[in-house]
Design a protein around this ligand. Structure first.
Ligand SMILES: [Zn+2]
Length: 163
């Protein structure tokens, strides 16, 4: 059963590679197109068979992994490399996550729609602790690292209500 959606950036380039498609269920390119990964969300209902998308260490079971392609070379908000997430990409992702919330009948809370960073902060003994996706949103660069998750949830809520 799908219980939550975890958002990532790939730390790669603007279009998904086959390597990246092993890790995420959905990948959004720089133009806002949605690509499907090699596993379906339902494959993460049970991760004990090894056939699932391993996007969030310690938190893969019941979790859909949605990935923004980009952020290769990112170091800090003042040095974000050659592949910063674009506005059209980010908005397409928010709308798509809203559609997933409808499809899977998920309320939008910090337990059901969250970033990999937030998962790590809440689960410090997992390998997700210390992950930095998503702590910076290039098209909304004023959003602080600890507000990025709630900013994302407010965006997703808006799209869910206005779809
Ligand atoms: Zn991640």
């Amino acid at each position: 059963m799908v219980r939550r959606i975890i958002l990532h950036w790939s730390a790669g380039k603007y279009y998904p590679s086959n390597f990246e498609k092993q890790y995420y269920h959905y990948l959004i390119d720089a133009e806002g197109n949605i690509h499907t990964g090699f596993y379906k969300p339902e494959d993460n209902d049970n991760c004990s068979d090894g056939k699932y998308a391993p996007h969030t260490g310690g938190g893969n079971t019941g979790s859909v992994g949605v990935c923004l392609c980009g952020m290769c070379g990112y170091r800090s908000p003042s040095f974000h490399g050659d592949y910063p997430i674009t506005k059209i990409q980010f908005e397409a992702c928010m709308k798509f996550v809203a559609e997933l919330c409808k499809k899977y009948n998920l309320e939008i809370t910090k337990d059901t729609v969250l970033t990999h960073y937030e998962f790590g902060q809440a689960n410090v003994k997992t390998s997700s602790f210390g992950k930095i996706d998503i702590t910076f949103i290039p098209p909304y660069s004023w959003v602080g690292k600890n507000e990025a998750g709630s900013f994302i949830r407010s965006k997703v809520r808006w799209y869910k209500e206005n779809l």
